[in-house]
Design a protein around this ligand. Structure first.
Ligand code: PEP
Ligand code: MG
Length: 924
């Protein structure tokens, strides 16, 4: 004869690891019981019983289930000394659902099952509190009526309101025992009228109905929708278990209490019992906030023995689960019960601290400590956050382009930002339609940047990330009017000087100043990141353009610079005019003159970067963007010229007038005056300005390109204007030579952007070789360097084998590569159609943020293999924005890259993500 199926498991016998059979909650109750925690006695009816029940044609419980339930109830009676349905000493139970996955879509908990007119009297006798007795009873009838019998809540609520009105009670607490008694009577009638049957008063019948209701809830609409929404498959969770647990009461007098606790402080991670409790109260009182709970530390004073036992409970929980626990407890007449425990949710600082401390206590290994902390969560510890208690509704939403929050006055151009921010020390948010390289001084002066156009790899986003400043980009709901120095959003206008707040971690924009909470780079975080470096295979470098960026990157543990964008160095206010001279030069000689001025400045830039980073490598990318980006905006020039012509007329008139009346300034003149001509009254100077602007306009028009990102940029510029690249190469090698002469160990690396054929590399390499020989001869020193290429166009991937003949390293520029692989414009996709693509699941992720492993990634893998076929030791890495994204870093590890390079403030996230990747791949 085969053994009858075992459907029901006492907490003492269920396998705590078998969540599939017992559900998460049930397994946990079994496990807690078996490790010696004082859990109120109970049992679990398995998920298999649920599935068998759902298959029964007559919807009866499968044979044997109720027999086993009867046995278990008898055992509960023995363990508790109470009787199920015994009016003198009633046993009451709670009934809960619980599947292998936590599913809020399923049934509510039924408490106090077993109450009826008789057992209620037993309860009233036991508590001496008839008001409490009737209150529990009416709650039980309503909850059971609703969840087990399907009676709509409104029917109960209606009766409740009638009684409340008769009693002139403003709040529920004003109702007397008699009122509550009347409510229970009315509720019983509601059930009878709605179901056509009297409310079941037999406790065992109540239990059977409740068990079926829990099982039915598995196929209820809420649960089915929830499983569909979160893709919960039968392999993950199939059927729900039912947990039947003895009720214990924290409201049985001053020797009773209820509370919730964390085994460590979830806000700081401090190793102290944390939580609160209420004496003579039920669990819901703690949550409801009617009475103010006391901190757990106080329990040792009020109930010393219970305080001691709670300390023991905490130690048992941690040493068993080896994880911070969030638990619920009840004390009934001096006996402490643990009702529930689960892994505690904590903020990043607490996760980091507890990881390091639990490793030191021997609870977990270093690898486990690393794996406990989500890399991305470290942002909380690196950037200011909005005070969670002070948030209001945002007025606009853009892309979360650079994390952190900042509040300050809105300012609409970089000069004003500098004036108000740097010179007057005000907190400034630079608000622009989009930013350009010439706005860089505004970035330095601002606390944060907000743009109404552009994506996560736009200029604003990339520069802000490099500097570690918050940025919201592409907030298209905002229309910026630079001339009027104001912006419109919805129906609101904010002007220069008005306070605004941006949150670059979620893209929200707020009117007014919201307080922020400062970040904290703790010693525990340093320790954890050192462990991360030991565990990782990938090196983490930084994208850094200035010595300040480089210093920040070092502080965060970068092992060098993987990308210094030299164009960023051209934007300093004092340099831009020289750069413009270089661009608008009509002859190579004129251009050389401007370059001669730039050479010492660039040499100094590079030397500083080498010094900060020594002995780590510094990879300098030769000029990349289209040069017209450095020139003034065409439309602005046209407007300036129109104003100049008006001014020329006025000036001629005014000068004549001034000559006769000695009058130099008029309000009219002031009105039309602008920047460089504010006080000019000399018609000759105005004519000169007109001539200059006209030339500039002609030049700007001649350099105009329809698709500048695919146009005359990168190495193509270096080949059209070799003197620009030669100046940069000379500056790099001379800076290297100076450092070598000063006894420093430096590793300059020269990287060429936008390469698509070996011929381009050969051309640039010939400049390098020639200049290198000259510099070594001039300095009488050996100057080490490496020569390599960006891989950011599709053809570069396809020709990797050939490029590797010249390149000693590859650096994947996945911003451009993504653009090239998708043929999506980097500047437009993210705020035009990508959100729709993501919402409608045409694309799962934004490929400019999360590396497109299937497309761009596949191409990268091919390029790595082909490159290594030519040059096995070629150093390969990534420097696009994906280099700081954990999932993309995991791909880089798997694809065999040697390094990732990301913005400095992202380095800690990347270090931890690199460790996670290595540990995951090791486990595979
Ligand atoms: C890239 O394309 O990924 C890259 C790093 O270069 P940039 O973003 O400067 O074009
Ligand atoms: Mg690029």
């Amino acid at each position: 004869m085969t053994e009858p199926t075992k459907w029901v498991f006492a907490f003492e016998e269920g396998d705590g690891k078998d969540k599939k059979l017992l559900g998460g909650k049930g397994a946990n109750l079994c496990e807690m019981t078996q490790i010696g925690l004082n859990v109120p006695p109970g049992f679990v009816i398995s998920t298999e019983a649920c599935l068998a029940y759902l298959d029964m044609p007559d919807r009866s419980l499968p044979p044997g289930v109720m027999d086993q339930v009867h046995e278990q109830m008898a055992a509960l009676e023995r363990k508790t000394g109470k009787g199920f349905g015994d009016p003198d000493n009633p046993l009451l139970v709670s009934v809960r659902s619980g599947s292998a996955m936590s599913m809020p879509g399923m049934m509510d908990t039924i408490l106090n099952l077993g109450l009826n007119e008789d057992t209620l009297q037993g309860e009233i006798k036991a508590t001496g509190d008839s008001r409490f007795g009737y209150d529990s009873y009416r709650r039980f009838i309503q909850l059971f009526g609703k969840v087990a019998l399907g009676v709509p809540d409104e029917l109960f609520d209606r009766e409740f309101e009638v009684v409340k009105e008769h009693a002139h009670a403003k709040q529920d607490v004003d109702l007397s025992a008699n009122d509550l008694k009347e409510i229970s009577e009315r509720f019983l009638k509601v059930v009878e009228e709605h179901t056509g049957k009297p409310f079941p008063s037999d406790p065992m019948q109540q239990l059977e109905i409740a068990v079926k209701a829990v099982f039915n809830s598995w196929m209820g609409k809420r649960a089915v929708d929830y499983r569909n929404q979160f893709h919960i498959t039968p392999e993950m969770a199939n059927g729900t278990a039912v947990n039947v647990c003895t009720m214990v009461f924290g409201n049985r007098g001053d020797d009773s209490a209820t509370g919730v606790g964390f085994t460590r402080n979830p806000g700081t991670g401090e190793n102290e019992l944390y939580g609160e409790y209420l004496i003579n109260a039920q669990g819901e009182d703690v949550v409801a906030g009617i009475r103010t709970p006391k901190p757990l530390a106080r329990l040792s004073v009020e109930m010393p023995e219970m305080g001691r036992q709670l300390g023991e409970l905490r130690d048992k929980l941690e040493s068993h689960y080896r994880e911070v626990q969030d638990f619920e407890f009840t004390i009934e007449r001096g006996v402490l019960y643990c009702l529930q425990t689960r892994n505690g949710k904590m903020n990043a600082a607490a996760m980091v601290r507890t990881s390091v401390e639990m490793e030191k206590q021997g609870y977990i290994t270093k690898d486990q400590a690393l794996q406990r902390v989500e890399p991305i969560s470290l942002e909380q510890m690196l950037f200011p956050r909005l005070d969670p208690n002070a948030k209001t509704a945002p007025v606009a939403e853009g892309l979360p382009a650079s994390p952190g929050a900042a509040a300050g006055i809105a300012v609409f151009d970089a000069d004003r930002a500098e004036q108000l921010g740097k010179d007057l020390g005000q907190d400034v948010i630079l608000v622009r339609e989009e930013t350009k390289p010439e706005d860089i001084h505004g970035f330095f002066a601002a606390k944060g940047i907000l743009t109404s156009r552009g994506g996560k790899t736009s200029h604003a986003a990339v520069v802000a990330r490099g500097m570690g400043k918050p940025c919201v980009a592409g907030a298209e709901g905002i229309s910026v009017d630079v001339t009027r120095r104001e912006a419109m959003v919805g129906g609101t206008t904010f002007k220069e000087g008005d306070l605004i707040t941006i949150d670059g971690s979620n893209g929200y924009v707020y009117i007014g100043a919201i307080p922020t909470v400062d970040p904290e780079f703790t010693t525990e975080l340093s320790t954890l990141l050192e462990w991360a470096d030991e565990a990782s295979r990938l090196e983490v470098l930084a994208n850094a353009d200035t010595p300040d960026d480089a210093r920040l990157a070092r502080k965060y543990g970068a092992n060098g610079i993987g990308l210094a964008r030299t164009e960023r160095m051209f934007n300093a206010v004092e340099r831009l005019p020289i750069v413009i001279e270089m661009i608008v030069a009509e002859t190579p000689e004129q251009r050389q003159e401007a370059l001669n001025e730039l050479l010492p400045l660039q040499r100094k830039d590079f030397r500083e970067l080498f010094e900060v980073m020594a002995p780590h490598p510094v990879t300098i990318r030769l000029l990349d963007p289209p040069i017209h980006e450095f020139l003034p905006d065409e439309h602005q020039l046209e407007r300036d010229l129109a104003d100049l012509h008006v001014l020329a007329q006025t000036t001629r008139g005014m000068t004549a007038l001034a000559g006769t009346m000695g009058l130099l300034h008029t309000p009219e003149n002031e009105r039309i005056a602008f920047d460089d001509l504010r006080h000019v009254m000399d018609p000759m100077m105005v004519e000169e300005a007109i001539a200059k602007k006209t030339t500039m306009l002609r030049k700007v028009r001649s350099l105009h390109e329809t698709n500048p990102m695919l146009g005359h940029r990168g190495v193509r510029l270096g080949i059209s204007f070799p003197e620009i690249y030669k100046m940069q190469i000379r500056a790099i090698l001379e800076a290297g030579a100076e450092c070598v002469a000063a006894g420093m160990d430096v590793q300059p690396q020269i990287k060429v952007p936008q390469v698509c054929t070996k011929q381009e590399l050969l051309r640039v390499k010939s400049y390098v070789d020639e200049i290198h020989a000259e510099v070594e001869a001039a300095y009488g020193r050996k100057v080490p360097f490496k020569f390599g290429t960006m891989i950011e166009v599709v053809r570069a991937c396809m020709r990797a084998e050939s490029l590797a003949e010249e390149a000693e390293f590859f650096s994947f520029g996945t911003n451009d590569l993504t653009q090239a692989v998708f043929s999506f414009s980097r500047e437009d996709a993210e705020n035009k159609f990508l959100p729709l693509y993501n919402r409608s699941h045409i694309l799962q992720d934004n490929p400019f943020e999360v590396l497109d492993v299937k497309g761009a990634g596949k191409l990268m893998k091919l390029a790595v293999d082909w490159g290594r076929a030519t040059r096995p030791d070629i150093h390969v890495g990534i420097c696009g924005e994906h280099g700081g994204h954990p999932a993309s870093i995991s791909f880089c590890d798997e694809a065999g890259l040697d390094y990732v390079s990301c913005s400095g403030p992202r380095v800690p996230v990347a270090r931890l993500a690199a460790a996670h990747a290595a540990l995951a791949h090791k486990a595979e």
